[in-house]
Design a protein around this ligand. Structure first.
Ligand SMILES: Nc1ncnc2c1ncn2[C@@H]1O[C@H](COP(=O)(O)OP(=O)(O)OP(=O)(O)O)[C@@H](O)[C@H]1O
Ligand SMILES: [Mg+2]
Length: 244
């Protein structure tokens, strides 16, 4: 087996006195697609946000490769170029065009050469079907188009891991498919992805592994089939009923 990309050892997170994640032990392998499911408030976003230090753990240890990411001296900026996040509400920069959105991080954070960055950005915009819009302003795009640009932006960073926090839940239903199709093609390329989602059919199709989070703990962890079809865990069965 490969060395894990991420290893979480007894990781807890509280906001004030409220415990949100409780002694999480889990590791993530490169090349795997993991879907994280669970009820609202179970801690899914918090778990994802810990992995690129949008939140810090209250206790426990998070390693990216062999490095403890929340120790002094570890560069958060470098981490975030290797661990790219795609948000529910896209988070595109509104005042610059699509291509510039994709080039910003690689140019100014990673200090890569402009020519290479532009070539890479255009290649990924083409991959997500957005090359024709590269000079457009984000405000002129549909939600599905914006999210595909956000994915191209994450890819242009050449991140090792892509984190997705409910990437389709702000979209009109007819636009969900175009974003899931792009994510599916990335999964087939063997990219490492951690995806918080309520799209159970997508998870069944694409996930190598599914985690069910309940009240801040990973209570079911297995293949898509084990978790989504065969688990007898009562709270998971209850949760899944809502998606049938
Ligand atoms: N910055 C914060 N300050 C205080 N409480 C927070 C903060 N972020 C999250 N919480 C609380 O932590 C709990 C878990 O939140 P989290 O956003 O991780 O849940 P979630 O599983 O992603 O839910 P949803 O499906 O609604 O997105 C919730 O009770 C939430 O109110
Ligand atoms: Mg959330």
């Amino acid at each position: 087996m490969n060395l894990p990309l991420f290893t979480l050892d007894q990781v807890s997170k509280s906001f004030g006195k409220v415990p949100v994640l409780k002694r999480i032990n889990v590791s993530f392998q490169p090349g795997q697609v993991t879907c994280i499911i669970g009820a609202s408030g179970s801690g899914k976003s918090t778990l994802l946000r810990l992995l690129n230090l949008l939140e810090y753990p209250t206790s426990g240890v998070i390693r990216f490769h062999e490095d403890i990411i929340h120790q002094r001296g570890y560069s958060v900026t470098t981490l975030r170029t290797k661990v790219a996040m795609v948000f529910q509400n896209f988070h595109l920069f509104p005042h610059i065009n699509v291509l510039q959105n994709c080039m910003m991080g690689p140019l100014h954070v990673q200090n890569r050469p402009r020519e290479e960055v532009e070539k890479t950005a255009i290649m990924y915009l083409e991959k997500v079907g957005m090359k024709a819009f590269m000079h457009a302003s984000p405000s002129s795009l549909s939600g599905g188009q914006k999210q595909r640009v956000a994915i191209a932006r994450a890819l242009t960073m050449q991140a090792e891991v892509l984190l997705f926090d409910e990437p389709t839940s702000a979209l009109d239903p007819e636009l969900v498919g175009e974003v899931l199709d792009v994510m599916k093609s990335l999964a087939l390329e063997g990219r490492t992805m951690l995806i918080v989602t309520h799209e159970m059919a997508f998870a069944r199709d694409v996930a190598d592994r599914v985690l069910f989070l309940d009240q801040g703990q990973i209570v079911v962890d297995g293949t898509a089939e084990e978790v989504l079809q065969n688990s007898t865990y009562p709270r998971l069965q209850e949760f899944l009923k809502r998606y049938r």
